[in-house]
Structure formats: structure tokens, C-alpha cells
Design a protein around this ligand. Sequence first.
Ligand code: ZN
Length: 387
Amino acid sequence: MLLLRNADIFAPAPVGRADILLAGGRIDRIEPDILISENYCSIVDASSFVAVPGLIDAHVHITGGGGEGGCATRTPEIVLSDAVRGGITTVVGCLGTDGVTRSPAALVAKARGLDEEGLSTFVYTGDYAVPTRTITGSIERDLLLIDKVIGVGEVALSDHRSTQPTFEEFARLASEARRGGILSGKAGIVNVHVGDGRRGLSMLRRILEETEIPAAQFLPTHINRNPALFAEGIAWAKAGGLVDFTTSTVPAWLEEGEVKCSRGLRLMIDAGVEVLQITFTSDGQGSMPAFDAEGRLQRLDVGRVTSLVSEVRDAVLHERVPLETALQVVTSNPARILKLRGKGQLAAGADADIALLDPRTLEVRGVIARGRWLMRDGEVVVKGTFE
Ligand code: ZN
């Protein structure tokens, strides 16, 4: 058992100062002045920290991604400490452009490895392509038979790297994800990579117009990639859709018009979008390719999962977004949208996933995942197998 004494708690809603008692990998209770003997429990003074739910990063290329400049540009796998440094305790792994040399089976294996090392992990089956490459032969079967699979993606639309699915192909994919989700009690989310193409979110709007599949089945990502898509995202969210922003970026993209996530959150709130419909993900370990006007690759970078907490910090420190609001997009919102039970909140019965932040700078100073310290006093104390 572990008792965190007198932390300033954001659950993500503000709770005020209280003690958090952890037992058996879960939060036993959150109360002021919990009485317990040091013989049974390790007691830690947490009065100089803000305690928040461990962050959820729901779009990470955990087995690496990229390869868009040839095989030498395939990006590396994530290691445990990458996530820990970012205050992240739950990760959803996905594939991207390359569904040939990367597979959903490898993704499940990597997710299991990260689980054994201390994180909580899930995966999307499939990759950019439609028809979808799955593990068992269908999205429905993957969702129903493989615990780690919670949806499908990232399926690419409006992008020159997309397989250019027809409307019927895409609607069929979404219907499979919906049925698989219903039958398995999972979210069955379709995570949609939206590219720079002029078609934007038109395929998703057509799904709402011509099928019975609800908007909440889709989590379109990279919504902040350019001003036109961002504006479409606001309209999509106001029509009931979910929007995911990508926190990994490079200065050149921001100069070209990408909406910085912290700023984007402020803009969406000001436009009247419900915060409940917004999530941030890092696109960590993904390649960040830049193409010229003819579609030729110019350079390549690697996304960092630590960008997730950086954008939460910037939203609070530079965009006047309240901490409890900024936290929602990386804790309670993804937990609710992806049906990750016990995740994304500090409450009795929830998993003991906690990040301790410096109250002034919001830097990550401590991380507890399923009741175990992974970072203490700003130092990573549990490393991955090969670190
Ligand atoms: Zn993508």
C-alpha cells in the first residue's frame, strides 16, 4: 500500500488537497487525513505536487512507423521511459502507412511487452489501408477475440498515401468496427488519419448523411494540421463529432499554418465546441515527413510522446485554459471515448495511474502506474527491458 499525503488533486476536476491511498494497483480512497500505520503502508509527502490522472496517449506508433523515404527511414520502437517522461501511463498503439513490414500481430506483442514493463496498453487493428489487414481475418473478429484490440486505425483518408477507399468500402469498414465494438463491449472506434487533401472530412459527413452509423464511431485525428481542416473540425464537432489533435510537430509545420494544439484547444472552446469532444494524442514514434508540391519527400523527423504533456502545459500557461479543462483532453475524454475502464480519473476504484506535476511549471516530477513508481523526484526509476 502507498499513501500520497496532502496532494493538490485534479481528478481531472479539482478536488482540493487530500490524501490518496493506493492498494493492489488501484485507488482505495481519496480523503483528507487518512489514518493508517506506517507499518502497513509507505507514506509519501505529496504536498508539493499537483496529482493528476496518468495521461492517456491514444495514438502512438509503438512498434515504429514511417518508412516513407525508404527502409532507412523506418522509425524505431518506443521504449518505456519515453512514455514515463511524458507522464503517460496508458498508451494505444497503432500502425500507419506501412502495413506490410509492420503488422497488427507485432503491435499486440509490443503492447504486451509494455504492459509487462508497467504501462497499460491497447491497440488499433489495421493500418492506413482499406480493405484492412487484421490478425484474425476481420475487424469484428479482432475486436471480439483479442483483448488488446479496441478499434481500427489509423485508416487514411484525404491523403496521397491513402488507399483511396470508395465510400462503400469505408462504410463497410466502419460497420464492422461498430458491430465488433457492440459485441465485445469495447469502443470499436475508427481512428481516421485525415491528410492535407481537399476532401477533408467529407467522407465522414457522407457517412452521417447516408448510413445509420453515428458520428461518435469515428475519431478523426490530425485535425489541427492546417487551418482549413481545423475549421472543418469545428463544424464536425458542433455536429456531434469527436476531434483529435496531434501534438508532435516541427517548427516548419507551424510556420506553414498548422494550429498548435494548445492554441487549438483555446480556439475550439471559444468557438463553442464542447471540451468533452476533444482529445490530444502525440502520434509518437511516427515519422513526420514533409513533402514538396510534387509529393517528393524532403525530410523526416520522429514524433515524441512527451509533446502530449507539453501542449497541456502550454494550454494552461499560455492560453488561459484551466488545468482541469486541459487535463480532460488527455485523461477523462479518451478514457470515456475509448471505453478504457478505470483509466483517466482519480477516484476510488480506478486504477492507480497518477502523474505528479510541479504546481508552477507543470513539469512531470513523479509517475505511478497501476500502483508502482515509474518516476520519482523527476528521475525515471523503472526502465524498459533493453534500456
Ligand atoms: Zn496519421
